[in-house]
Design a protein around this ligand. Sequence first.
Ligand SMILES: Nc1ncnc2c1ncn2[C@@H]1O[C@H](COP(=O)(O)OP(=O)(O)OP(=O)(O)O)[C@@H](O)[C@H]1O
Length: 268
Amino acid sequence: MSHAVHYVEDGYFMPELARSAGSAALPSQAPGPGGLSVELKAVSKAFGHRVVLDRLDIAIPAGAFVAVVGRSGGGKSTLLRLVAGLEKPSGGEVLVGGKAASLAQGGARLMFQEARLLPWQRVIGNVGIARGPGWKKAAQATLDEVGLGDRAGEWPSVLSGGQKQRVALARALVSRPEILLLDEPFGALDAMTRVEMHQLLARIWREHGFTAMLITHDVSEAVALADRVIVLRDGAVALDVAVDLPRPPREKDDPAAARLAARILAYV
Ligand SMILES: Nc1ncnc2c1ncn2[C@@H]1O[C@H](COP(=O)(O)OP(=O)(O)OP(=O)(O)O)[C@@H](O)[C@H]1O
């Protein structure tokens, strides 16, 4: 498997590093890479005296879709930053594809609650921010995939919140990441738009084949999208449950999904 090298810091590509590493935007019609496994072995993280994560053991197989839920301040974003290589553990090991997670190794892309688009770049420029050879074609194809092919030449400021998140998703996907790390990506959207984004993300995950880690406060959203839900509580895993229901998305009006969400909520 070829490991594309990507560099991310707070959602932005650092194109000069990507170029020097020989990375280019890949045509988005290429088959998905299948994802990388993620393994946390006795991982602890402390900020000063505050222990945020306490000897976590989590193994995520390549290509899985895992949601992490938990109360505010419970260490969910910290966990994601460790997997992205943006933070180092205070103890234990974070392995991505069997190697220590690091920014330099790359392969993971992040998506946040805010789209974080560059206002001076048009939509297509925001997606193809790495500017490798053929970037425009790849960016346009990825915009087509997220249903915004006809908005490529517009400025981000004229887009709705949901459309901006579609652009952010396209920006994350254009380089065919092996891991997609989603930190409350739909938290600011209205209920209808959230459901549309669930459908889009579920389809794209199936078609691309990356490993997905979704952080969310919303247990129903976790059940709608993930094939496994982990509850983080007091820095430890309080529950780790498989979502053994028909393929996502599974929305709240599905009684089995609602029952499972209620069960999970008891552990949050
Ligand atoms: N760089 C940092 N320096 C000091 N403390 C930090 C740092 N990053 C996170 N923390 C602390 O770690 C704890 C967990 O934060 P984190 O953002 O991981 O939680 P979270 O579960 O994602 O919360 P939320 O759901 O509110 O986003 C918090 O108490 C936070 O203040």
